[in-house]
Write a protein that binds this ligand. Structure first.
Ligand code: PMP
Length: 385
């Protein structure tokens, strides 16, 4: 693992630098923030803070311009064209609800079918079911078909339940428990050109290059806080392939200006480090952890098991590795690790109705994590083997 460049990256995170003994291994929950993002927010708030589109004076005009520039930046970051729109929202949960309640409910008609994931994050299930329930109360009946999975918890696109009335598919880009890339590039081929696909990119945005064009999806939804920006900001990108999908909201509410500034700074920062480099690094670091775990007898790694055999599918884990100890409960294990300053997540991870029934320990990495931290975690786990 080539890590010379990475030391310089890590040194830009004040919370990590201030706590050298702490290994923060919970980035799928939220990421730490680089100095550049903190500086951008502080500079904005202390130089020209104003509400947007109230423009009779320069601060307000500049704030409005920043927001429009950030929208363009999201498009470029997602390799998307001009015929697309970006709606700032609180985060992925809010964004998926926006797609469900502001667009899907008016897109569907009686007898239509939708395909939704029952074993991904519940933020990517509940809004679709809520939309269906809302329509049911209006006498509109929608058939909900579960997304099929294979043994490695990946989408089984060969069994995609497509019919003449299928009108919508919700999918996840990188799974928040298993860490694998969910085969979304094959969904479009299986679905044909006409069915809108909405992608939950909470765990891929800022972790790898995402090309809206290559994935050929209609919506991409993400949170800023998992990708170096502040909490409370995220976006829905919409392709507008079939015409504009959202009514223009105008400027009827006050946007999260500081959040948008943080997101713009985070995208600049991520681009300067390089998304391909970040992605390769997370795969390598995740691979180091899975390889180390496979040498211990007391642990079971969840998800794509074949990634344990070195070589072929190791690249599938994007810095997220989830496991259980055969005898020690996951919460206990979480507390034991925390007492060693190894900060992991232990629970059932908000998984949908067909997710893991018992809790597990999730380690999730970002570009500031080091091979050393992974090795420290592995030695702590080895003492319990
Ligand atoms: N989808 C996935 C795949 C996630 O991992 C998460 C966050 N754990 C969410 C949605 C929800 O994101 P947020 O809490 O930022 O709304």
């Amino acid at each position: 693992l080539e890590t010379g460049w990475q030391i310089g990256v890590r040194s830009q995170f004040p919370l990590l630098m201030g706590n050298p003994g702490v290994a923060y291994l919970d980035s799928a929950a939220t990421s730490q923030k680089p100095q550049a993002v903190l500086d951008a927010v502080m500079a904005y708030l202390t130089s020209e803070n104003a509400n947007a589109a109230r423009g009779t004076y320069p601060w307000a005009n500049r704030t409005t311009a920043r927001i429009e520039a950030a929208r363009d930046q999201v498009r470029r970051f997602l390799f998307a064209g001009d015929k697309s729109s970006v709606h700032f929202v609180d985060g992925t949960t809010a964004g998926l609800r926006t797609v469900a309640l502001d667009w899907l409910v008016s897109y569907l008609s009686d007898g239509d079918e939708i395909i939704v994931p029952f074993a991904d994050h519940s933020a990517n299930l509940v809004p679709w079911l809520d939309a269906v329930e809302l329509l049911r109360r209006q006498g509109v009946r929608i058939v909900v078909r579960p997304m099929p999975y294979d043994e490695a918890h990946d989408y089984d696109v060969a069994r995609l339940p497509i019919g003449p009335r299928t009108r919508f598919i919700a999918a996840t880009h990188v799974h928040h428990v298993y860490g694998n890339d969910m085969n979304v590039h094959r969904l479009r081929a299986a679905a044909g050109p006409d069915i809108p696909i909405c992608l939950d990119a909470a765990q891929s945005f800022g972790h790898m290059p995402i090309s809206a064009e290559a994935l050929d999806v209609d919506f991409i939804v993400f949170s800023g806080h998992k990708a170096m920006a502040l909490p409370g900001i995220g976006a829905v990108w919409a392709a507008n392939k079939r015409g504009p999908v959202f009514k223009p909201a105008g400027w009827s509410g006050s946007p999260n200006t500081a959040g948008i500034v943080s997101l713009a700074a985070a995208m600049d920062w991520l681009t300067s480090v390089g998304l391909s480099r970040i992605s390769a690094y997370l795969v390598a670091l995740g691979g180091r952890l899975t390889a180390g775990l496979s040498a211990l007898r007391s642990y079971e790694v969840l998800g794509c098991q074949n990634s344990l055999t070195a070589g072929s599918t190791v690249q599938q884990r994007h810095g997220i590795v989830t496991f259980r100890h055969h005898d020690i409960g996951s919460n206990d294990l979480g507390f034991i690790l925390a007492s060693d300053n190894l900060l992991v997540r232990a629970d059932s991870h908000c998984q949908g109705t067909q997710g893991e029934k018992t809790s597990s320990v999730r380690v999730s990495l970002h570009v500031y994590n080091t091979p050393d931290e992974v090795d420290r975690l592995l030695s702590a786990l080895a003492t319990l083997d």
